[in-house]
Structures are given as C-alpha cells and as structure tokens.
Design a protein around this ligand. Sequence first.
Ligand code: IMP
Length: 250
Amino acid sequence: MIEALTASQRSGVIDGDRRLFVDGDRSGDMLRYVTTNAGKVREAETYLADGTVRQLDFDYAEIQADSLAPIAARGAREAYREAGGPVLVDDAGLFIEALDGFPGPYSSYVETTLGIDRVWEVARDLENRRAAFRCTLAYCDGDDFAATPDPIDRGDRSAAAAAGPARDSDEASAEGSTESATPTNVLPVKLFQGAVPGRIVAPRGDGGFGYDPIFEHDGETLAEMSTAAKNAVSHRGRAFEKFAEWYADR
Ligand code: IMP
C-alpha cells in the first residue's frame, strides 16, 4: 500500500526533534519504507513479519556525500520528522573497484546521464573489473539505540564515514564503527549494510533494473537471474536480513 501523508496524519506535536502523536493516533507505529519503488517494498515484505511495513512515497532531499551511509541517515531523519513514526530509508549504488568506487553514491545520476552502456564502455578496458553493489538501510524511530555491531549515525558525519561501506564477503566493516559524542538535538539513526560482489561485463539479460545487465555475480548477470535468485544474493537482501533480525526484537 502506498501512503502519501495527509495533513491530519502530520498532526503530531513537534517536541524538539521528536514528533509526539496525539491520543488515539496510532499511525506512527507502522514501519514506513520510504521509496517510490513498490518492488522494493515487496522485497522488504519477504523479510519482515506480515503487515509490518508499508510504502511511504516521500521525496527527501539527497545530500551529496562520498558514501551511502550519511545520505541514507539524513534521509531517514527527514522522513521521520515528516512521518512521525518508524521509517526506513535505503540508498544503494554500484562501486567499481578500479575507478575508486565510481559511480558509487552518484549511481542514480550516472545511470540517468551516461547510461549503463557508457559505464560499460568506460569499464571494458580496465584490467580489474571487480565491482560491488552496496546498500545501506537507515532506520529512525525517534529513539536512541543500544550499541551493537551495526553502525549508528548520530549526526556526526565522521561516525558514519568511519564505519565505511560494508566489505564484500566477510562484511566485517560495521564492527569498527565509532560512536562519537551525541549532540542532543540530533536523531540517532541505525544503519544496516549489505553488499554483493561481482564484476562489470558487457550487457546481458532482460530482467531486473538499473545496472543489472552489466553486473555479473557467480557467472550470471543480475538481469539474467530470476527475481527470487537475485533477491537471495542482492545487496538490499543482505541488508534486510540484518535489519529484520534486529527489528524483530525492537
Ligand atoms: P537507489 O538508491 O535504489 O535509488 O539506487 C541508486 C542507483 O543504483 C540507481 O541508479 C539504481 O538503478 C541503481 N541500483 C540500485 N540497486 C540496484 C540493483 O539491485 N540493480 C541494479 N541497479 C541498482
């Protein structure tokens, strides 16, 4: 179900960074996945308990940053202030190793402007065509979080940057995250990262979307895989696995 917030749903009282809902308004309880893509919500539903997530079509401002975490964290804060209840924002991108992670956080812009065929043309002459899709999920519900291996963005950009993107196979990046002093006026955001390793190849396959035709994992491009097979290996799926495990106890 797609939700666009109405004025009455936004009728909570703002208290600093917290939006306190008036009596009887339970619309703040449900987890809202902030995306324009209904396919992503269906994917999320496969990881979460029935009826816990709904789509929220909300256009948050995307900041420029050289990693996904601060972009997703910022979006989650803005979406939480708008929705007044638990929100989940994702940011994803393709990182080509020999190009220092290009297009990375700019993947969407590059897809729209250059297009994936031109990205393949840039990559085809590279000796090393290893790449990864990465995804960061950012969760905000107005509360603070206990320290765990997953990074927490507390509004200090350096904290998220220090956590860095998830590593491919061992995905050990989160453990080293730092938690800086918490500015009192900033909403804490919990981050979950997933990555899928692969390499850039000439376009193959008709399925999927975005860069799928030029990204090969285990001998197949993501565009050649069934939706179920792609979801089983995808960066977003890996991030969702971590989120769902944590959220089940929240
Ligand atoms: P977003 O953060 O999901 O909007 O994705 C940012 C960019 O990465 C867009 O250009 C997407 O097309 C691309 N992208 C994200 N996830 C995937 C994927 O699973 N396959 C192919 N491209 C993706």
